[in-house]
Design a protein around this ligand. Structure first.
Ligand SMILES: Cc1ncc(COP(=O)(O)O)c(C=O)c1O
Length: 393
């Protein structure tokens, strides 16, 4: 019988600990490595610079090409994502950049189809044309119609940041005509959703969020086939978008508690989402388990996750009052950590998005942490009461 994901998360990437005589993952901070001789060192260099692994008799050569601590985290995450390989980067945006370069300019294709909404930084990167790609933004039902002969990649995010819209991954794959589909799996994590099992070519994370889980690492990672990993590692080696081994160590350590964190945070988020629906200061609660007519919760995602967005009846004035009045929630961008955060997407994370696609000024996003759910509710209720008074003043 296959092991449960909770067990895999604890044991992944640790198979050699007994042989090494260690109980915690070793951290290799070497920037360079002794070479056995010119010929084998050079062959190993060649293998890694073109996206492959180090040769056993050639050494790791240089840390921009390969680092064992990073490779250990990648191997562990692959077990949870059901992928052949994973490639880690210095940030989520570096991972997205590598995916774009590997699937567009590197293969002579210029066009990307992107399903909105997306995280503001991703939307900005795609819309900016900075990487030489041309992008058609569309709704998930318009993917097939948006594909061109030079389309190299399809990008989607589910649940989407910040409105928590769900996109049907299998339905987009069915329209893709074989073009690789990248799913930003940051909000769901591999505990709640496995995009590769639904036909996606890549599952991407801002590992800064739930994978790290403690707000102390900036990182990105893409899980995919070994063939795609070669293309991504080549871009990483050439552009230098690598993840530092200390970050990789923390991400690997974070994986062990990911299932327990996700289950606890999701359970609190679900309870809070229901309570917030009854609050007079809130005009709408955006949570994946609400209005799921297509049954994607269960079929695609195992629960609604731990992110909630709310629309405030008092609009921007109420948002300003709310973010200033919370005590347990920290007013800060980012998400997915052990402590709860609150932020205003239109002014911050989604500021660079074209006005027509930007979230409304009445939307506030909540990342639910590991605090006691009753304490969180009391904090939100007192802050929402102040927001209501402020907005009507
Ligand atoms: C869904 C999503 N994808 C990608 C990113 C970018 O990740 P990073 O900030 O690690 O570069 C973020 C950051 O907030 C995000 O929320």
């Amino acid at each position: 019988m296959p092991l449960h994901p909770d067990t895999v998360a604890v044991h992944a990437g640790r198979a050699d600990f007994g042989a090494l005589g260690v109980h915690a993952a070793p951290i290799d901070l070497s920037s360079t490595n002794p070479l056995p001789d010119i010929l084998h060192g050079g062959d190993s260099y060649e293998s890694m610079a073109t996206g492959g692994h180090p040769l056993t008799d050639g050494g790791n050569v240089y840390a921009r090409l390969w680092n064992p601590t990073v490779a250990r985290f990648e191997e562990a995450l692959s077990e949870l994502e059901h992928s052949e390989a994973s490639v880690a980067f210095g940030s989520g945006m570096a991972a997205m950049t590598a995916a774009i370069l590997a699937h567009t300019t590197a293969v002579g294709k210029r066009h990307i189809v992107a399903v909105r909404p997306l995280y503001g930084g991703t939307d900005h990167l795609l819309d900016s044309g900075l990487l030489g790609a041309e992008v058609t933004f569309c709704h998930e039902h318009e993917v097939a119609a948006s594909i061109r002969p030079d389309t190299g990649m399809i990008v989607l995010e589910t649940p989407a940041n910040p409105t928590l819209d769900l996109v049907d991954i299998a339905a987009v794959v069915a329209q893709s005509d074989g073009i690789p589909v990248l799913v930003d799996n940051t909000f769901a994590t591999p505990l709640l959703q496995n995009p590769l099992d639904l036909g996606a070519a890549m599952s991407m994370h801002s590992a800064t969020k739930y994978i790290g889980g403690h707000g102390d690492v900036i990182a990105g990672v893409i899980s995919c086939s070994e063939r795609t990993a070669e293309a991504l590692r080549r871009v990483r080696a050439i552009t230098g978008a690598l993840l530092h081994p200390l970050g990789a160590y923390l991400l690997h350590r974070g994986l062990a508690t990911l299932p327990m964190r996700i289950h606890a945070q999701q359970s609190s988020a679900r309870a809070l989402a229901h309570s917030l629906r009854e609050n007079p200061a809130v005009s709408e609660v955006l949570y994946p388990e609400f209005d799921d007519e297509r049954g994607l919760i269960g079929r695609q995602m195992r629960g609604g996750g731990a992110m909630i967005s709310i629309r405030l009846a008092g609009g921007y004035a109420a948002a300003e009052a709310l973010t200033g009045a919370v005590r347990l929630f920290t007013h800060a961008v980012s998400l997915g950590g052990v402590d709860s955060l609150i932020q205003h997407p239109a002014a911050l994370t989604h500021r660079p998005v074209a006005p027509a696609a930007r979230p409304g000024a009445d939307v506030v996003r909540l990342s639910i942490g590991l605090e006691n759910v009753d304490d969180l509710l009391i904090d939100l209720e007192q802050a929402l009461a102040k927001a209501r008074v402020q907005a009507t003043a």
